[in-house]
Write a protein of this length. Structure first.
Length: 407
């Protein structure tokens, strides 16, 4: 098989991150304060984070979904306004999202090569990896995956098709992404019955009218079919209930199909390009354990906020080289405590806040949380909680600034 080469191609063991556990989040107090964690959200550069996870997780992760930068050489802003008119982008409140900018193609390919190699090491013998890209670099990535996984372990080239406006006037509109699926080995997980979908009404009518319609093969019309390798799911811009404002967010239905097909309940599902946190969210809802990381504090805070609506207890960790700073004083924040309720009074544009009712001065244990509604912009300002000792409150504003108040 052909091998792709580029200037500077090499593999060397990366320096592992020193991971520090910052907090544990118990959604709506579930399992507080002793329940075991079912997930890990990590703030850190993914190459060093994966290197740090190798001693514990090498050969143990059942499914990895990777949605890296696409080599677009663009900057993607995040929408931080709430309740805005989606038809008037000139009036949106924006903040820095992430950069997909590269010195050249060689540096991008080296970036992918190093990370795919570590993901391969982390995968279980029955594990599967899904690499999500588009036309910018999917052809190069296919050769890298063939080299690391072996061409014989290729499973699918999946086309995710979607609708939307396009500025292209000199060619057909580019309205699909490519998802390359590879197995660690031949005995990989694929739960066909968990992803079946109904046959189209035309197919049902045809088979009921003629037994020869399938050239002698009669499908189980009641059971449904395994989807083809082309999928249609609307982009998140059209899914108002899912939209977080984080750029290039992927739809939950897309991840649900992947997670249901290629993992079982209780399995480890990892996403080392966390973004808005969709993979970990869907994994948690489907009874999987999850690991996700990103070097952007905005990304991991978006993921934490979404995961607060699940039933999964999870830890928040960070690379010790990254400061996760909290302001401790603000005249714009007031807190009232009475009869088991904590009331927040602030003029700050708070996106998410949480309470530890028995702060030990070391590990923040979030037992109650509230987040701003993505569409209405409303933020619950009262949390009911049983206070056991010293109270600690953390807030995150839509601009990404963090506050910690010890009461």
């Amino acid at each position: 098989m052909p091998i792709l080469n580029w200037n500077g191609k090499h593999l060397s063991p990366p320096a592992p991150a020193a991971l520090i556990q910052d907090s544990v989040l118990y959604p709506n107090g579930r399992g507080y304060p002793k329940a075991h964690t079912e997930g890990r959200v990590i703030l850190g550069e993914n190459l060093s984070v994966m290197a740090a996870l190798l001693p514990e997780y090498e050969g143990r992760i059942n499914l990895i979904y990777a949605d890296p930068p696409f080599f677009t050489n663009r900057k993607f802003p995040a929408r931080v306004g709430r309740g805005e008119d989606s038809r008037k982008p000139s009036k949106w409140k924006l903040a820095e999202g992430y950069h997909d900018s590269w010195a050249d193609l060689d540096s991008y390919l080296q970036f992918l090569y190093e990370r795919i190699s570590l993901m391969h090491q982390l995968l279980a013998p029955t594990g599967t990896m899904y690499l999500h890209l588009d036309w910018h670099a999917d052809a190069y990535a296919r050769l890298i995956l063939d080299e690391i996984f072996g061409a014989e372990n290729f499973i699918n080239e999946i086309i995710w098709a979607y609708h939307g406006p396009s500025p292209i006037k000199t060619a057909f509109n580019r309205k699909h992404d490519t998802i390359l699926s590879y197995a660690k080995g031949g005995d990989y997980i694929f739960n066909a019955d968990d992803v079946r979908e109904p046959y189209s009404p035309n197919t049902v009518t045809t088979f009921r009218s003629s037994r020869k319609a399938g050239f002698g093969k009669i499908p189980d019309l009641e059971r449904g079919k395994v989807p083809e390798d082309w999928w249609y799911f609307p982009v998140v811009a059209r899914l108002h209930n899912e939209r977080t404002g984080y750029p290039t967010q992927k739809p939950e239905a897309l991840l649900e199909r992947i997670i249901r097909a290629s993992s079982n309940k209780g399995d480890f599902v990892a996403d080392f390009f966390c973004g808005s946190g969709t993979t970990s969210l869907v994994a948690a809802r489907n009874g999987r354990k999850f690991i996700t990381c990103d070097e952007s504090i905005r990304a991991v805070q978006t993921a934490r906020s979404r995961l607060a609506d699940t039933k999964s207890v999870f830890s928040f960790e960070r690379d010790a080289s990254i400061k996760n700073e909290f302001a401790t004083k603000s005249k714009k924040i007031k807190v009232n405590i009475s009869e088991g309720y904590v009331r927040l009074n602030t003029s700050l544009d708070v996106d998410f806040w949480e309470v530890d009712p028995d702060w030990d001065g070391k590990m923040f244990k979030s037992a109650a949380q509230a987040q701003r509604h993505a569409r209405s912009g409303e933020l619950p300002l009262v949390l009911k909680i049983k206070i056991g000792g010293r109270l600690c409150i953390r807030l995150v504003t839509v601009q990404g600034k963090q506050f910690q108040l010890n009461i």
